[in-house]
Design a protein around this ligand. Structure first.
Ligand code: ZN
Ligand code: ZN
Length: 628
């Protein structure tokens, strides 16, 4: 299966499943392609596997179907008309997409749509494959703190939310839930999240009741089995009286949620409901059962069913899981690798005894590769990318900005005192036809940095790259400089770089992508002589280690690297005395300082998609100075 591009778990015919390499379906303009992470297995999956049909949905002779419908994943591709999702977004997938146009859909009751495309419902393929295409509006971005298992289990939570919606739950309600399997448990939890007064779980299994008592229900009730000598009606009346008395329900429960599908539970439920009470049938059992119709008639019972989900239910379910009000994690009893999918199905088939939701761990934790062009020149292209570069009036920044603009980037040039950057902006616009502007930002001020980033994002729509480049040299050695000079260097070279990183990082995290490049220095690696500049050296060493630290912290959404130039022929070193420079040239293996254009390549490499696997690295460009 290693060589498959889209491995899938396919039902070929009843009880016959295989792993197959399925073609990757073309992506519609309003669809996203999701790399599936986790999939829960439920009774309906097992039903198709064992019988090939549920009601009118039949796996026809000669056709096959990918199984699975409770899934989460990561967006790896977006159609041309997808407004709200980006590559890298983690999502919960709603498995059914309706037509949106029929009377049911327009009424918000799309669970009745005749043209519903529902995962793993013949003839539609399910989600137990590497990739699944889904309409963007049926795909929900989940918050960072929610994990992929929780996102996959939003599906059964949505089923429970729909059931509770049908019951029109209110805080004053007493709620009797029959069945303490996954859906029953989730109904109990959702009812508690909706602040219902009293929630009681009913089941016949001690194990499930013990779990329910710990999970969400206020109380649990063990239903006994009817003896041969007692009529079903007498049994239902006796048990319902017992429940009403035991839980102080007066004339009966305000709401009965029937999630077992078992005939005795349906019968007890009708008797246990209060006059005018609400009863929602959610469990699926035998097609025909004997129903206490006179009792229901006399108490004017409001009976209804519940199927799948309708408008607003899925986002509600995401919120309930995200807020921690419904704890789906504790429902997971078994985890399987994708390759073990059949074993997961075997286990769920055992049904009633092991009734909690299983999840099959679909894919390895390996993240998908980025989509890269074949052409190396295209990899270095900056078209469509926007860049901030600080210290933009300086010599290094000038050449780096020219390089990135030539490669197609929009550029925001930040300067502090020297307005040379204004001229550079004009040059970039004229010469390279890109968008560019100069912005006066003092990187020592967090407020100015934050405002500068906001302004740049407003102008360019996004921020792809932050180059934290601004820096000043130390005026003297550690003992000779004043404290004010010390603080000025640290505040500019280290704190200023951090402010730029922080402001950009906030944007990167929200976007789900970004790229931070610090200008370090070889002085962060070695101690220069003869000049004394402890403060500068220490600040640059801090910047280099900050880059590595942020690279690890931001690995999910941004890359972070640093460039450590050696001696560069720029105005910053222009004032140095002839003798000092001669001393440097003697020590540099290449016996010269650098033309700033010799840094263009490394910055373009780091800023572009040529370096998508490079993060946490420092690049020394020093003519060999650090070697000896
Ligand atoms: Zn399901
Ligand atoms: Zn429809």
């Amino acid at each position: 299966m290693e060589s498959f591009s889209n491995p899938a778990f396919v039902l070929k015919s009843v009880k016959n499943v295989v792993f197959e390499d399925r073609p990757i379906a073309p992506l519609g303009p309003k669809e996203v392609r999701v790399h599936v992470s986790e999939t829960g297995i439920c009774g309906s999956d097992v039903h198709y596997w064992q019988r090939g049909r549920i009601g009118k949905f039949i796996l026809e002779e000669g056709t096959d179907m990918v199984l699975g419908h409770e899934s989460s994943g990561v967006v790896v591709e977006t159609g041309s008309e997808v407004p709200n999702l980006n590559i890298g977004d983690r999502v919960a997938i709603e498995p059914g997409v309706p037509c949106r146009y029929c009377a049911h859909c327009r009424d918000g009751k799309y669970n009745h749509c005749e043209d519903m495309v529902f995962a793993a419902t013949p003839p539609w393929d399910g989600t137990l494959a590497k990739y699944y295409n889904v309409a963007y509006d049926y795909c929900y971005k989940i918050p960072d703190h929610m994990d992929m298992e929780e996102a996959a289990l939003v599906e059964p939570v949505a089923v429970a939310v729909q059931i509770c919606k049908r019951a029109q739950l209110q805080a004053v309600d007493s709620v009797l839930v029959f069945g303490c399997g996954p859906i029953g448990l989730l109904c109990q939890s959702v009812a508690k999240a909706y602040a219902c007064k009293k929630v009681i779980g009913v089941d016949i299994s001690d194990g499930r009741l013990a779990f329910a008592a710990n999970f969400a229900a206020d109380s649990v009730y063990k239903m006994s089995m009817r003896s041969e000598t007692e009529s079903p009606e007498d049994f239902a009346i006796r048990i319902s009286k017992d429940i009403k008395a035991k839980f102080d329900l007066g004339a009966g429960a305000d709401v009965v949620l029937e999630a077992s599908g078992a005939e005795p539970c349906i019968q007890v439920g009708v008797f246990a409901a209060r006059p005018e009470g609400r009863f929602v049938q959610a469990g699926m059992g035998r097609e025909l059962v004997s129903f206490p119709v006179t009792e229901a008639l006399v108490k004017q019972l409001n009976w209804t069913g519940s199927i799948r989900y309708s408008t607003g239910v899925y986002p509600n379910a995401v919120d309930l899981v995200a807020s921690g009000k419904v704890n789906v994690k504790s429902l997971i009893t078994n985890r399987f690798r994708f390759e073990e999918a059949e074993r997961a199905f075997e286990l769920v088939k055992e049904g009633p005894i092991l009734s909690l939701t299983k999840i099959s761990k679909m894919q390895s934790i390996r993240k998908p590769n980025p989509q890269l062009p074949d052409s190396v020149f295209q990899m270095f292209s900056m078209k469509g990318k926007s860049v901030i570069i600080t210290g933009a009036s300086g010599g290094i920044a000038h050449e780096v900005a020219r390089a990135l603009a030539e490669a197609g980037a929009s550029i925001s040039l930040w300067y502090h005192k020297n307005p040379l950057a204004e001229d550079l902006a004009k040059e970039l616009i004229q010469k390279y036809g890109v968008e560019a502007h100069a912005l006066k930002v003092d990187v020592k001020s967090w407020e100015q940095v934050e405002a500068g980033v906001t302004k740049t994002v407003e102008k360019f729509g996004q921020l792809d790259v932050m180059i934290a480049n601004a820096g000043i040299p130390a005026k003297a050695g550690g003992l000779d400089q004043t404290l004010a000079e010390w603080h000025d260097v640290v505040d500019t070279d280290f704190n200023g770089a951090y402010y730029c990183a922080r402001a950009a990082g906030n944007v990167f995290k929200k976007q789900g992508f970004g790229n931070l490049i610090f200008t370090g220095s070889m002085s962060g690696h070695i101690v220069n002589i003869p000049q004394q500049q402890a403060c500068y050296n220490a600040s640059k060493a801090a910047v280099i280690h900050l880059a590595k630290s942020l690279a690890v912290e931001w690995a999910d959404f941004a890359r972070v690297n640093s460039v450590s130039p050696g001696y560069i022929d720029t105005p910053i070193s222009g004032d140095c005395p002839f003798e000092m420079k001669e001393a440097w040239f003697k020590m540099i293996p290449l016996h010269r300082d650098a033309d700033p254009r010799e840094l263009k390549g490394i910055y373009l490499y780091l800023a572009s998609d040529a370096s998508t696997y490079t993060t946490g690295s420092d690049f020394i460009v020093d003519g060999g100075f650090c070697c000896p």
